[in-house]
Design a protein. Structure first.
Length: 134
């Protein structure tokens, strides 16, 4: 066990207070059904939004389950009925799930299918992608 003096503890608390005062703190979270997004509001008036269905573990959740989101302290989001937790910082950094899940999401747009090939050919018959104007 480490002995910490009262002065060291007071100094650590003061450093924490100063650090906390210099960053936005999440104050509320909600699911907005109209846009299907999770919205985190901060004490400085800023908000962060993320599509709920883009997050691993929430893809097949009902609107009622998604609305059952709560803040975990000042750093996390928790869905009790789904047993799903995420950090606000992780979501803001684009981490919406496990490495495997994220890789599958990234590759999704790169897939080839008969429907995608047919759509590409139809678009090409119309003149293809519009030219970029400098």
């Amino acid at each position: 066990m480490v002995d910490v003096s009262d002065a060291e503890l007071a100094a650590a608390r003061e450093r924490w207070r100063q650090e906390r005062a210099g960053r936005p703190i999440p104050v509320s979270v909600r699911f907005e059904a109209a846009s299907a997004r999770i919205i985190v509001d901060f004490n400085n008036g800023a908000s962060f939004m993320v599509p709920a269905r883009a997050i691993e573990g929430l893809q097949d959740a009902t609107a009622e389950q998604l609305a059952d989101v709560e803040l975990l302290g000042e750093t996390g989001l928790h869905w009790e009925t789904l047993d799903v937790d995420y950090t606000v910082a992780g979501l803001m950094n684009g981490i919406f799930g496990s490495r495997t899940f994220m890789e599958a999401q990234r590759k999704g747009g790169q897939s080839r299918s008969p429907a995608k090939t047919a759509a590409s050919r139809a678009n090409g018959a119309k003149g293809g992608r519009p030219r970029r104007v400098p």
